[in-house]
Design a binder for this molecule. Sequence first.
Ligand SMILES: [Zn+2]
Length: 404
Amino acid sequence: MMLDETQRYLFQRKIKELKDIKGHHTELISLYIPPNRQISDVVAYLRDEYSQSSNIKSKQTRKNVLAAIESLMSRLKYLKKPPPNGIAFFVGTVYNGQPKMIAEVIEPPIPINTYLYRCDSEFYLQPLEKLIEEKDVYGLLLIDRRECTIGFLTGSRIETAVYMTSRVPGKHGRGGQSQRRFERLTEIAAHEWFVKAGEKASKLFLEKKNLKGILIGGPGPTKREFANANYLDYRIKKKIIGIYDTGYTDEYGLKEVVAAASDDLQELDVIRDKKLMKRFLNEVRKDSGLAIYGEKEVKKALVMGSVETLLISDAFNEYRIKARCSNCGYEEEKVVKDDIQPQCPKCGMPMEIIEKKDAVEEIVEIAKKKSSNIEIISRDSEEGEILYKAFGGIAAILRYQTRQ
Ligand SMILES: [Zn+2]
């Protein structure tokens, strides 16, 4: 299974949040349990760690580590076995004003295979980071009248799926047949060859989940004739990114076609982002009432179900927090930027954050429920930068006008 863009984005944010947490000492515990691990094994291991940690010299660190292990053990009590994709715990004491124990539980969207316990001054996140390494899949198809190779490009890995050869005769007739009859038979054979190659490629490409696009290659004009006719399933045909000249139609040709398409592939996401942002900016310029921005406004429209397309900057960093003033006891809930330390509006003292939730997670949840399109816009393009800088990182194009 692969992550879709939104899942990956949310997951990335979660990882970043954990990464930003720093312990005072070696007192933050990361525990990864893969799906096939017995919980009783893990508990036995933790018990052992617990008795070892009783020897930690610093009183404060010892207290924190033991509390974290206790918290883990009590959580594992309710787990008969690990969830299908495994589970990861991040537990420890953080100092944000008052010391506070935090405990994050992550059920990864794809299976983790790591069994690991680590106690450090920061959380160990590498196994999670590995899960979200960019892995787009593209279909590759090389064809001429003699050969067809079908393969995949996954990340930067190229693999061959099928290699086929045809029985289409060469250009020149053999003796004993009239030239016209020979040509007709050749065309029939070529048609059959294309049908066969088209069916095979369509089947393989349709089976692949999250296929982002198709690259077609080959020497001469055959590949274009093939791509433009209806040999490929219409759903596959729609995914063709480009048709490229290659010298070969075998495995070596797969490398050629990927090299030829590399610029196009890099630009693809950027172009998509640009298009979406241009549409948004156009609505802003026309003052059509179909473009809105800002966390509050967008959320309101999402709840109403009027958002057609939600645009979120990949750099958006707002969090919904609950904060308390330890001086006067004043409490409030609000949305703030990640790096801002809230101040008490009553007495001006720095406030302690007692709850923190990713604002994007909430927004994406509503958008999914209301079937709005969710688009993550990277800051790589000028338009993406505008979304972040000028519109606060969050905007939407509405289905209909809601303004009076
Ligand atoms: Zn106060």
